[in-house]
Design a protein around this ligand. Structure first.
Ligand SMILES: *[C@@H]1O[C@H](CO)[C@@H](O)[C@H](O)[C@H]1NC(C)=O
Ligand SMILES: *[C@@H]1O[C@H](CO)[C@@H](O)[C@H](O)[C@H]1NC(C)=O
Ligand SMILES: *[C@@H]1O[C@H](CO)[C@@H](O)[C@H](O)[C@H]1NC(C)=O
Ligand SMILES: *[C@@H]1O[C@H](CO)[C@@H](O)[C@H](O)[C@H]1NC(C)=O
Ligand SMILES: *[C@@H]1O[C@H](CO)[C@@H](O)[C@H](O)[C@H]1NC(C)=O
Ligand SMILES: *[C@@H]1O[C@H](CO)[C@@H](O)[C@H](O)[C@H]1NC(C)=O
Length: 400
């Protein structure tokens, strides 16, 4: 099985970044007036790794990820022309940003003032279109001099030495799907788009909670789900808190962590026997194995990786409930599940509810059924079907 070893969750963050930006419009700032009054505020309700505070002519974002305070100075205030900070604890940015870039090892979303990206692997059709049209420039992420031309450069690799215009953007540090989605307010603050960020987050949250409430009120049994991945001869079950939260909110249960080991080496007969036994008890399998060739990751690939001969007790196979979340993809590294899905957790939840309690009357957004041989969809710029200067609306799922 050939893997994509260079792909990490850090890189995945940036897919998400642009997805968030889609909802806002830096170009046409909502609620920004020529006066320095801010007027609209975002209150962070769920996310725990950043906070926003408001002054008359400035805002402060406290970022727990890098321990820094970002001082956002309104471009028409006196303080913006007088002050510039760049210390280990505080950095300043003039807002609304006139241009910005993002550290995308692979890629994501879009915006009028998005001018630079660090990779062209993008899961968003409209970003691809802008990039192909030359409105977005590809910049080497180690070229700080070049990146310095942007009002801000959003990056996620906390091991990288940051320059003065760098801002750490790490929604993936949060533990729940809603907390991650709320990072739209972080972006909103840089764009003076608080009203829009609040509106999008409220709509997403309300829809998510409605779906979760219905799923939880089901009296039927809770299906057990093995959310697992294969890497270099070894299987492991997910411990990601946000994934476990998704399962819980969808009305399912993860394989109990108290009975699982960290890893199962398929070359070790004892490991294989244990893995076999556990999989005989689950109703649903989600295979998140990384691959450089998702289109050719099919049922037989999974079975080959699993290496178990006797599959007679696998109800997830007889009941065709074996899934991957790579239905929408641009390149092997740019899964829409890491991009738009993070800003639209209500869609992931709706998918998972259908995975656990199939109605047959729902079209999956991110998940495809390997057991049924479902194919994936390649994202291309020709799929961009809207005016790229208008902000995207979140997709609200029928609930109740
Ligand atoms: C807040 O933003 C909304 C939408 O952009 C705008 O209509 C409203 O006037 C703003 N409120 C204030 C107090 O600026
Ligand atoms: C401040 O930003 C707004 C919105 O982008 C822009 O229209 C205005 O010209 C800027 N003002 C200054 C003084 O740069
Ligand atoms: C980016 O710049 C670094 C240092 O100058 C260089 O080693 C690397 O090959 C460059 N990467 C690309 C993709 O051009
Ligand atoms: C798995 O087990 C085989 C056989 O014991 C061993 O050679 C291999 O290194 C193990 N793989 C890992 C990742 O531990
Ligand atoms: C198979 O799936 C159906 C829903 O499609 C569910 O009702 C049933 O309990 C499942 N059977 C097993 C053995 O998991
Ligand atoms: C299928 O979904 C549509 C739209 O949500 C709904 O109107 C219809 O009643 C559903 N059909 C069944 C059989 O559940």
């Amino acid at each position: 099985m050939d893997l994509a070893p260079s792909f990490t969750w850090l890189q995945a963050i940036l897919f998400f970044f642009l997805a968030l930006v889609w909802f806002l419009s830096f170009g046409e700032v909502h609620g920004a007036t020529p006066t320095v009054n801010i007027g609209n505020f975002s209150k962070v309700e769920d996310a725990v790794n950043f906070h926003v505070y408001y002054g008359q002519t400035f805002k402060v974002i406290k970022n727990a990820v890098d321990g820094q305070s970002y001082l956002l100075l309104q471009n028409n205030s006196r303080i913006a022309s007088r002050s510039k900070y760049c210390t280990s604890r505080i950095k300043s940015y003039v807002i609304p940003l006139s241009s910005y870039s993002v550290d995308t090892d692979y890629f994501p979303g879009l915006l009028e003032r998005l001018k630079g990206i660090t990779s062209d692997s993008v899961a968003s059709p409209c970003v691809l279109k802008l990039y192909e049209g030359g409105q977005i420039e590809l910049v080497n992420k180690s070229d700080h001099q070049k990146l310095a031309q942007f009002s801000a450069h959003f990056f996620s690799d906390t091991n990288q030495l940051p320059a003065c215009n760098f801002a750490t953007f790490v929604p993936f540090i949060e533990d729940t799907p809603l907390q991650r989605a709320e990072w739209i307010k972080f972006m909103g603050a840089f764009a003076n788009a608080e009203a829009r960020a609040n509106e999008v987050y409220n709509a997403v949250k309300e829809n998510y909670l409605c779906l979760a409430k219905i799923a939880k009120s089901r009296t039927s049994f809770k299906p057990t789900v093995a959310w697992m991945k294969y890497d270099n001869g070894v299987w492991s079950f997910t411990k990601e808190k946000y994934q476990l939260k998704y399962l819980e909110d969808a009305g399912g249960e993860s394989v109990d962590a108290s009975i699982t080991k960290n890893t199962y080496n398929v070359s070790n007969p004892d490991d294989l026997e244990e893995l076999h036994a556990i999989l005989c008890t689950v109703e649903v399998v989600i295979d998140e194995t990384l691959t450089s060739d998702p289109a050719n990751y099919v049922l037989s690939t999974f079975l080959q990786n699993l290496n178990v001969e006797d599959r007679s007790c696998f109800s997830f196979l007889s009941n065709t409930s074996l899934w991957r979340y790579d239905k929408r993809i641009q390149s092997y590294a740019a899964l829409d599940f890491y991009n738009e899905a993070v800003s639209q957790p209500q869609l992931v939840l709706a998918d998972l509810i259908e995975v656990l309690f199939p109605t047959g009357n729902y079209t999956m957004t991110y998940f495809r059924n390997l057991a049924k041989g479902e194919a994936l969809t390649n994202i291309g710029s020709q799929m961009c079907d809207r005016d790229t200067s208008t902000p995207m609306e979140p997709t609200i799922v029928a609930c109740g």
